[in-house]
Ligand binder design. Structure first.
Ligand code: ADP
Ligand code: ADP
Ligand code: ZN
Length: 217
């Protein structure tokens, strides 16, 4: 089952992907995490991506597509995957269709988490991420048991540079210009399922699980 989580920055894609991953037993593939891994390992790709990420802009399609293609070729992706943060442009969506079709697969659905801009800013300004396993937390909405420490793995939590309000504003502009058109693209393809992202984590999680159950019918 190949699923895409679509939504503005801070809408809860990472949070919900971690839950869906347990429920559906599928790997969680997040393009942002792949870029941050490359930055951490100081690869050439990481160096290139960092410049764009720091400005809140998208990394160019060709390198992004190549990186995700390579990830999807790993054997753990054979039965399906939860894509988070990819595709983010029409060119990426077309490339994904092609990648899957090339091996006789297709998207089962696109889960669109809708959230107003004001709320994304509140979410991102309080976001803390585990440096080891990437689990997201929120200072108020989803705090770890012990301040600064990951519940899942004991890793140290940090705040992303690009979650600063100025960069978040740039990311939202990019989202509306380049990513939001995918909502219509997938709606036309009859793959889109919209979920209200404004509820608490449990409510959004229940709505997404029900949406995926309907897709499996
Ligand atoms: P968020 O959690 O806010 O949705 P991500 O971790 O998915 O953010 O992405 C962080 C940054 O990584 C983006 O602002 C962008 O610079 C880059 N990035 C991630 N995914 C993509 C993509 N599919 N295409 C281009 N750039 C991407
Ligand atoms: P995305 O991957 O879409 O950028 P995240 O899953 O990282 O979003 O969530 C952004 C921030 O909002 C995190 O700090 C997370 O703990 C918090 N968060 C996620 N879902 C909710 C929710 N339903 N209600 C309140 N806070 C949430
Ligand atoms: Zn962790």
């Amino acid at each position: 089952m190949y699923l895409v989580l679509l939504g503005p920055p801070g809408s809860g894609k990472g949070t919900q992907a971690e839950r869906l991953k347990e429920q559906l037993r599928l790997p969680h593939v997040a393009s942002g995490d792949l870029f941050r891994e490359n930055i951490g390992n100081e690869t050439e790709l990481g160096l290139l991506a960092k410049g764009y990420m720091d400005r809140g802009q998208l990394v160019p399609d060709d390198v992004t597509i190549a990186m995700v293609r390579e990830r999807l070729q790993q054997p753990d992706c054979d039965d399906g995957v939860i894509l988070d943060g990819f595709p983010r442009t029409l060119a990426q969506a077309l490339a994904l269709d092609k990648m899957l079709a090339g091996t006789g697969r297709a998207l089962a659905g696109v889960l669109y988490i809708n959230l107003p801009d004001e709320e994304t800013v509140r979410r991102l300004s309080g976001r803390w991420i585990c440096g080891q396993c990437q689990t997201p937390y929120h200072a108020v909405f989803s705090p770890p048991a012990e301040e600064g420490v990951c519940d899942e793995c004991g890793g140290e939590l940090y705040q992303r540079d690009d979650d600063r309000p100025e960069t978040v504003r740039a990311r939202l502009i990019v989202y509306h210009e380049q990513t939001a058109p995918l909502i219509d693209y997938y709606r036309r393809a009859r793959l889109l399922v919209e979920v209200d992202g404004a509820g608490d984590i449990e409510a959004v999680s229940a709505a997404l699980l029900e949406a995926t159950r309907n897709l499996m019918k």
